[in-house]
Design a protein around this ligand. Sequence first.
Ligand SMILES: [Zn+2]
Length: 316
Amino acid sequence: MRFNPKARLDTGRVRDRGRGGGGGFGRGGGSMGGARMPIPGGMRAGGGIGGVIVVVLFLVLTQCVGGGVPGLGGGSSSAYDTSRFAGSDRYENCRTGEDANDDVDCARVAVENSLHDFWSDELGDRFRPVEQLATFSGSTQTGCGGATSDVGPFYCPGDSSIYLDTTFFDAVLERQLGGPSGGFVEPYVLAHEYGHHIQNLLDTMSRVRTQQGPTSDAVRLELQADCYAGMWARAATSTEDADGNVLISELTRQDVEEAVAAAGAVGDDRIQEKTQGQVTEESWTHGSAEMRVRWFETGFDSGSLDACDTFAADRL
Ligand SMILES: [Zn+2]
């Protein structure tokens, strides 16, 4: 990824909610805000496998205490390195493409801006921006109920927002790819979630009647989001700015395969429907990795919404 250093970034829709709390684990979140939940053994966040173990343990712990043990409901944990999270000012210094080239947080803003511009052009009058691209760690409240890290990245139609726990994401990427950069992984995930936003705008979600099985509507919805991600990637690799720069200078099939595999490892994503104030835990099928890559390529090769009509496809 290479951003035009002179491009202006718009941070208006990208928010960081900081850590845990917020009532995501039920009652007591407010009073526990900012408190630290000690983890026996005094573990610390670290790189490599240690970090992954800490994250897994954190998830186990939060799952265990999530049932309402008094006083442990805050969702805060000393296991995370908080230095990267400065609450709402996480994106404050993201002003130009140069910042995006230097900083993964600012790169997230730049990718959101690129998705915004691409889909605004593509949909015209039908376009509405996402309400928020919200990053958090631990837990957060959404228009689809409370969400925790283990849900993975997701789009909530109820508040037209994308939610991303970047700590969990980083840990999985580290395990998968041996480094936090991951190349195309995060842009792919963001583009896929943005694809669900487009489906929301186009009322495609109402076409989903069947949830189970490899040719179900739920799978078709997921593969279409991959196809939409491919449409954006086509533009991002070919559209030149005023200075002749393209956003993504090179994208190989291996990059795409890697991104699809990593997204699956992150826990995939789920479209969270509003059900009694709870995030639904039912599992969604996304189709095989091979199908996902193929539909991404369909969007990439065609650049066409019509070509991404997975609901009309005989063969997925
Ligand atoms: Zn999805």
